[in-house]
Design a protein around this ligand. Structure first.
Ligand SMILES: Nc1ncnc2c1ncn2[C@@H]1O[C@H](COP(=O)(O)OP(=O)(O)OP(=O)(O)O)[C@@H](O)[C@H]1O
Length: 629
């Protein structure tokens, strides 16, 4: 079975969703409490680890060891400016291990550090377990959503996290593409995606912490992303902040209410005694959030302008439809701003069905398309979907600044100063993949020398200065001989990217002899295999501990619930119940074994038996759920 996973956002509201294609439609897989999404929290304590909603409940009592929001630092270096604020404000500690931010927590009375990929892997494994428990089938593969503007390193980090979680060959799908797949599944079913002819669309996804915009062309089942960008620092929670920083959850409630009514109030509880209520209207909220709405429009305008270099540009006037995705697009102010901005051409503005779940549904559909085994339900129209993605950031090589040989830029020799280098974009951002692009360079450093070496230094990014971009790898071509008559040697460099985003860079001496071609697969940011294997083993050990710890926690919760239900409902049982509740209180901050729970349950049962009428069944609170550690 293949599943779809929405990794959700990076802020406090962080949620994950998982879905599967069953009986002809995508279906959400609920967590053990029946919730359709779960908090992406992982909490460590002296006894073990909790994941999801139960972990989030630990945050107020165990903030230093309760982790959330790591997707934000995924693929970043410890010193990257973008994540400094996240590191500084985080209630748990980040440490620098080999230049990569790791999370440090206290587990079983000692400090342990975890790579961000490992924390994401914990959540992925939980989703796999949920899916397997729900369907009774084994999960083979997952389609995982990512912001479409994720860089190569960030994509690789998600891929590594999947591998640590035991998910081989994950398929990463842009959130906006996933939403369009879901949109197509009900709006064009039968006729295939874009059955009504070619359509130019803008897809705007405003989630809790990320805003992604993609310009797309769809036709006959083909969904072609023309250009895309993601802002990982703009989303629904910024509207809550713009409105009032101190009462974020109350502000969020008021914001949600104002999407359907004109007035609401924000409640602020200062100290328990001092309680303020601020009335707020929809218009006021929209005014406070105006700069954020403008930022969304700017991002949309940028995506449209970047599409001009594509084969099928999506211009402002050619957009026929704007598809809204993500919970925060329910804010009426966003729609009003879009209507005003596009007033000349008036494209239709549609909200995708199931705004919050459209992305995971799209992933589940794509997972079914990729599935080769048993597919539940009809899939004729599924087979027509073809997704064409783009290169998220420009790819190219370093060249020697101011040393162009005629029409060609010059590749650097192995020596020379990096300051003299410029960045040559062979594959500009938003080139459709799969693709292969070749550029020819000169190699003038061989002048006067019989043999020379050139260095192919591969970068990703938008700066003209190579070192301001991300270094993806480097290789050399040796033994390049000079030609007679001082003719300049030429070297062709090709970038070959397959549909999954795998990049192979090849350099070849034009007319050169054997051995004068070399290739390199870009493996930037990829964790070394030995490290992945180590983390996979550690994940397996933790999985076993998690189950044990979850079962013990469940046993404590059941016992507590049982005591309260009796205390509130039956006369005369106070003593036994009070004794048990006292024991739960006394043991709250220490490890308790299954044996101790059994002793406690037995003494509670004995106490109740003395009071309750004969035949009254004393419930056990889950003794068989936990295995003795
Ligand atoms: N009726 C509503 N009006 C305004 N905002 C809403 C409404 N309902 C939900 N939201 C906001 O939508 C956001 C959550 O949206 P969604 O579930 O799409 O995000 P996500 O997928 O977790 O995040 P991201 O896409 O950033 O990864 C929250 O900020 C929430 O407050």
């Amino acid at each position: 079975m293949n599943i779809g996973i929405d990794l959700g956002t990076q802020r406090r509201q962080v949620i994950r969703r998982v879905a599967v294609w069953r009986n002809g439609h995508p279906e959400i897989i609920p967590d053990e409490e029946g919730n359709r999404s779960f908090a992406s929290y992982v909490s460590f304590s002296r006894d073990g680890r909790l994941v999801g909603g139960r972990a989030k409940l630990q945050q107020s009592v165990n903030p230093k060891n309760t982790i959330f929001g790591v997707k934000r630092v995924l693929g970043h270096g410890f010193r990257d400016l973008e994540i400094q604020e996240d590191i500084r404000k985080s209630p748990f500690s980040y440490v620098d291990i080999g230049g990569v931010p790791h999370i440090e927590v206290e587990v079983r009375d000692r400090k342990e550090s975890f790579a961000p990929e490992e924390i994401i892997a914990v959540q992925l494994s939980k989703m796999v377990r949920m899916a397997e428990a729900y369907t009774g089938e084994k999960v083979h593969r997952a389609v995982v959503s990512i912001p479409p503007g994720f860089s190569r390193i960030q994509r690789q980090a998600v891929q590594d996290a999947c591998e640590i979680a035991g998910l081989e060959e994950p398929y990463l799908l842009g959130e906006t593409s996933a939403a369009v797949v879901y949109y197509g599944s009900y709006s064009w079913a039968g006729a295939g995606l874009g059955g009504g002819g070619e359509k130019r669309m803008l897809v705007i996804d405003v989630g809790a912490g990320t805003t992604s915009v993609s310009a797309m062309v769809t036709e006959e089942g083909v969904v072609e992303v023309v250009s895309a960008s993601s802002n990982l620092r703009l989303g629904g929670s910024d509207f809550d902040n713009a409105h009032q920083a101190k009462a974020r959850s109350s502000c969020e409630r008021a914001k949600v209410l104002l999407s359907s009514s004109l007035k609401a109030s924000v409640e602020l509880d200062i100290s328990g005694d001092v309680h303020y209520i601020f009335p707020i209207s929809r218009d006021e909220l929209n005014v406070r959030c105006e700069s954020k709405f403008e930022a969304i429009l700017d991002q949309a305008a940028q995506v449209v302008s970047q599409s001009s270099t594509s084969k099928s540009p999506v211009t402002k006037s050619s957009i026929q439809e704007i598809l809204l995705v993500g919970g925060a697009t329910r804010m009426t102010g966003i729609v009003d701003e879009l209507k005003a901005y596009f007033s000349e051409t008036n494209p239709s503005i549609t909200s995708v069905r199931d705004l919050d779940e459209a992305v995971v549904f799209g992933c589940a559909i794509q997972a079914a398309v990729l599935g080769e085994g048993k597919i539940h339900g009809p899939r004729d129209w599924l087979d027509t979907i073809l997704l064409l993605d783009v290169v998220p950031q420009s790819l190219g090589v370093a060249v020697t600044r101011g040393n162009d040989a005629g029409e060609f830029k010059t590749l650097p020799s192995d020596g020379g100063s990096p300051h003299e280098r410029a960045f040559s974009r062979t594959l500009p951002r938003n080139s459709t993949i799969p693709t292969k692009k070749t550029e020819t360079f000169s190699c003038s450093s061989i002048d006067g020398i019989s043999e020379s070496t050139v260095s192919i230094q591969v970068y990703e990014g938008e700066s003209d200065i190579p070192t301001a971009n991300t270094f993806l790898g480097c290789f050399e071509l040796h033994g390049i001989r000079s030609l007679p008559n001082s003719e300049v040697r030429r070297i062709q460099v090709s970038f070959d990217i397959d549909a999954r985003g795998r990049i192979v860079v090849t350099a070849e001496v034009v007319g050169g002899e054997r051995g004068q071609t070399r290739s390199m697969e870009v493996r930037v940011g990829r964790m070394p295999q030995y490290e992945k294997d180590r983390l996979k083993n550690r994940a397996r050990e933790w999985d076993a501990l998690d189950r044990q710890y979850e079962a013990l926690t469940q046993r404590r919760n059941n016992l507590e619930e049982y005591c309260y239900s009796f205390r509130d409902g039956v006369e005369g049982v106070h003593e036994g119940i009070a004794q048990c509740l006292q024991w739960l209180d006394d043991t709250a901050s220490r490890s308790v074994t299954n044996g101790e729970y059994t002793v406690q349950e037995d003494s509670l049962a004995a106490a109740l038996q003395r009071i309750l009428p004969p035949g009254y069944i004393i419930m056990r609170t889950g003794a068989d759920q936990a295995q003795e550690s």
